[in-house]
Design a protein around this ligand. Structure first.
Ligand code: NDP
Length: 466
C-alpha cells in the first residue's frame, strides 16, 4: 500500500488544493477522466465559448427590428469547434503535464478508484493507496435515462456534443433544464432545427415560476418545444439519422440527425463505492458533509476526509465548487481553526436566450418561509422595456423580479430574464451577501444612467417595504 500525506480524487476544483504548503509533502492526484474536470473540458468554459458566437448569430436576426439588416451567411462549425478545443485541450494538457512531470512531490494516477476504507482506496489497476487526508472532488456525470437506443452513436451528452464533426441539420434535445436550454440556444442560433422534449409542463422548472413560464414561452418562439413528453425509443434509420418515438398525449414521432440527452447529472459516488465504505449518502447519491466540508460516516465526520463540488453539494455549479475548494484548502492545513462554507446566497445563470440569472428564494419558497416565520413578502417585477436602455434595445421580454421581506426590506430572491442577466444581477448578489436592505441599496449609491442596471434600481424602488 502506498502512503500519501494528501490524496485528492478529481482534477477539477480538486487540482487547486495543491498549494505551496504541500511542497515536500507527498500528494496523490487521481482522475480517471480528462485532466481538469467537467467545467474546463465539457462544461462551463467550452459551452460559453459556443454561446458567445451563438449570441452574435442571434443578434444578426434580432437587429432587423432596430432597422439594421444583417445577414447570417454561414456558420463555420468546425472552425468554431477547433478554435475552442485547441485552447481548452492545451490548458488540460499543460495542467496534466505540470502535475505529472514537473512537481516532484505529486503523483498523478489516471485511473478510477474505489474506496476500501474511509481513507484508503484501490485504483482500477489494483494499486492500493492510503492517505492521512483525502479530498473527494470526483464531480458528477450526465444521467442516461433507460431508453431503448440510448447507446446509439448519434446520441450524445454534453461530454461529446460539442465535438461533432458537422453542425446537425436537426437535433433532438431531451430535457428542459440548464444544459438543454444552453444547447438549444447554441444549435438554434447556428441554424439547426431544434426539437426540445421535456418531461414536465415547463422549462427551467426548478427556477421561480415567473421565470420558468416566461422562458418556456420564449423558448417556444425559437425552437419546437414538446412539453409533458418523454422519449420512448430511439432507432437508427438506414441513412444514419435517428427515429425518435415520443411518449405523451401527442405520441409524436420524428427523425433527427443527432440527439442530446440532458436530463440531469448524478454524483460519482457509485463509481467510488462510497456506500460500501460506509460513507453517508443523501437520497440522490451525494456524499453527506458537515459545514466544514468533512465527510460523514454514521452521522459523524471522519477525521481527515473531505468533499467538495458536485459530489457533495446540490448546486452543481463551478463557483460553488471553487468556494468549497478554498474552504477545504484552508481546513486541510488549519485543523484548529476550521472554516465553514457559505451557501446562503448562491447565484446561477443559464446562458441561453434570453439569458437567465437567479439568486436566493423563489416566490413560492419565500411565501412558505414567510408563513413559517410570520412575516409578509413583497414582490416587484420591472420590465427591461421600462428603462432607457430597454427602449434602446426595443426589449419586450426582459424583466427583473425581486422578492423581499416587506417589513425589513431584506432581499430574499432575485430572478432575471433578459440581456446580460448574469451581469446585471451582481449588485443584488452583493446587496444580499452584505445584508443591504432594498431601500439602502437603491438610494445609497449612484446607478449609471442610462445603463441597463437601472432596471435593477427601479425594481428595488418598486418594492413596497417598511
Ligand atoms: P437539470 O436538472 O437542470 O434539468 C433536467 C431536465 O430534464 C428537467 O427539465 C427535467 O424535467 C428533464 N427530464 C428529466 N428526465 C426526463 C426525461 N426522461 N425525458 C424528458 N425530460 C426529462 O439538468 P441538466 O442536465 O440540464 O443540468 C444539470 C446541472 O448542471 C444543472 O442543475 C446545473 O446545476 C448544472 N449546469 C449549470 C450551468 C450553468 O451554471 N450555466 C450550465 C449547465 C449545467 P422536469 O421539468 O420534469 O424536471
Amino acid at each position: 500500500m502506498t502512503h500519501y500525506d494528501l490524496a485528492i480524487i478529481g482534477s477539477g476544483s480538486g487540482n487547486s488544493l495543491i498549494t505551496p504548503y504541500w511542497d515536500g509533502r507527498k500528494v496523490a492526484l487521481i482522475d480517471g477522466g480528462v485532466f481538469g474536470g467537467t467545467c474546463l473540458n465539457v462544461g462551463c468554459i467550452p459551452t460559453k465559448m459556443f454561446v458567445f458566437p451563438a449570441e452574435l448569430a442571434t443578434g444578426a436576426r434580432e437587429a432587423r427590428r432596430l432597422g439594421i439588416e444583417l445577414e447570417l451567411r454561414g456558420v463555420q462549425w468546425r472552425a468554431i469547434r477547433d478554435r475552442i478545443f485547441s485552447r481548452i485541450d492545451a490548458i488540460s494538457r499543460d495542467g496534466r503535464q505540470y502535475r505529472a512531470d514537473e512537481l516532484e512531490n505529486v503523483t498523478l494516477y489516471e485511473d478510477y478508484v474505489r474506496f476500501t476504507g474511509a481513507k484508503s482506496f484501490v485504483t482500477g489497476a489494483g494499486e492500493e493507496i492510503h492517505a492521512d487526508q483525502v479530498v473527494i472532488a470526483a464531480g458528477s456525470r450526465a444521467l442516461l435515462p433507460d431508453i431503448p437506443g440510448i447507446t446509439l452513436p448519434q446520441v450524445h451528452t454534453s461530454d461529446t456534443i460539442m465535438r461533432l464533426d458537422e453542425l446537425p441539420k436537426r437535433i433532438l434535445i431531451i430535457g428542459g433544464g440548464y444544459i438543454a436550454a444552453e444547447f438549444a440556444h447554441i444549435f438554434g442560433a447556428f441554424g439547426s432545427a431544434v426539437t426540445l422534449v421535456n418531461r414536465s409542463g415547463g422549462l427551467l422548472r426548478s427556477l421561480d415560476d415567473t421565470v420558468s413560464e416566461a422562458f418556456t414561452a420564449e423558448a417556444a418562439r425559437q425552437w419546437e418545444v414538446v412539453l409533458d413528453h418523454t422519449v420512448a425509443s430511439l432507432t437508427s434509420n438506414d441513412d444514419g439519422s435517428v427515429h425518435a418515438v415520443l411518449d405523451g398525449a401527442q405520441g409524436r414521432e420524428l427523425d433527427v440527425d443527432v440527439v442530446l440527452v440532458a436530463v440531469g447529472r448524478v454524483p460519482n459516488t457509485d463509481r467510488l463505492a462510497a456506500a460500501a465504505a460506509g460513507l453517508d449518502l443523501e437520497a440522490d447519491g451525494r456524499l453527506v458533509v458537515d459545514g466544514f466540508q468533512r465527510v460523514l460516516r454514521n452521522g459523524s465526520p471522519v477525521d481527515g476526509l473531505w468533499a467538495l463540488g458536485d459530489v457533495s453539494n446540490r448546486f452543481q455549479l463551478k463557483h460553488v465548487a471553487n468556494h468549497e475548494a478554498r474552504i477545504v484548502s484552508h481546513n486541510l492545513t488549519h485543523p484548529e481553526d476550521l472554516r465553514a462554507s457559505d451557501h446562503r446566497f448562491v447565484p446561477a445563470a443559464v446562458f441561453t436566450h434570453p439569458q437567465v440569472a437567479v439568486v436566493g428564494l423563489t416566490e413560492a419558497e419565500a411565501l412558505a418561509k414567510a408563513e413559517a416565520e410570520g412575516f409578509e413578502v413583497t414582490v416587484a417585477v420591472q420590465q427591461y422595456g421600462s428603462t432607457a436602455f430597454g427602449w434602446a434595445m426595443e426589449d419586450t421580454t426582459g424583466f427583473v423580479k425581486l422578492i423581499a421581506n416587506q417589513h425589513t426590506g431584506t432581499i430574499l430572491g432575485a430572478h432575471i430574464m433578459g440581456h446580460e442577466a448574469s451581469m446585471i444581477i451582481q449588485p443584488v448578489i452583493q446587496g444580499m451577501s452584505f445584508g443591504l436592505d432594498a431601500q439602502t441599496m437603491a438610494t445609497g449609491q449612484y446607478w449609471i444612467h442610462p445603463a441597463l442596471t437601472e432596471v435593477v434600481e427601479n425594481a428595488l424602488l418598486s418594492l413596497k417595504t417598511g
